[in-house]
Write a protein that binds this ligand. Sequence first.
Ligand SMILES: [Fe+2]
Length: 310
Amino acid sequence: MEIPSASHSPLQRHIGRYLDKRFDWQAFPRSEGHPLLERGQMRFIGAGGSPKVDDPNTLPPHHFTLSIIDLPVDHYGASHYHDDCEEVFLMLDGRATIGMTWDDVVLETCLGPKDLMLLPIGRPHGYRNDSQEAARLSVMVGNSRPKMPIYVAHPTQSEYSRQFGAAPGKTEVYSPSSTDPRHQAFGRYLCRYAQQPIVWHPAGFAAKVYVGPGGLEGTGFREDLVMVPRGVGIQPYARDVEDAYFVLEGVLTVGWEVDGKFAETRIGPKDVVLNPAGRVHYFRNEGFEDVQFMLAAGTDDFDLATLKAR
Ligand SMILES: [Fe+2]
């Protein structure tokens, strides 16, 4: 039985459903005329690095944006940097090579599902699909209306665009055991799903801090990968900044209090709900499998331990 909730309800208007969306293959003007730069963008919150900030089908951003990139085999995003925002890549499906530049050296690593890379302000970076399957990664930008990226190794600028600007012999594979300060710095921006410790919270769910205290050091937002066992849920809560739930596995029931009444709906893999500042909201798992979702919050001051079991 479907939970009754009109599509025009305030809660429904703050949900982005994967099945309702399409990839936009014209999201990035600088890719036009460069077939290997073509990539699809599916916008959930704001426009991210695309100039399409007035898309009526996306949720309005406050402290961060959220989109999914579809990167075909052999395609890449040319190296660029942002001077007004941090960016976070979370791998969803397949794998992608991420490169970051220090002087004339590019360090690279491969991200697998649920691995995350934080791209700091001013640090050139790019991504490339060297695999045999399509790669999909989510992109979160810590600014509601970021300026356009500044390219440093676009094909019009560098003959080594595909190598993110690295001349032959200037690409290094990231090594966690290296004593080179560049490798050590690179490692501080990388979060591996398999390596990140699990924290169990009193309300009965577990989390891995990806960005925030205990995880990577971000400025002004955080991301926690939350695992909600079957049957577990939390009491309604509100924060003075927005948060978003981005489901990776399972089906999450989300609820809002609106005018003294509770409205609920269920969201599945790659669906997003954006909970505005001040809105009373909650989640629970009434499905038949454990749920994993990324909880993104517009502040690094968000303690999951304060959430209470329902
Ligand atoms: Fe970027």
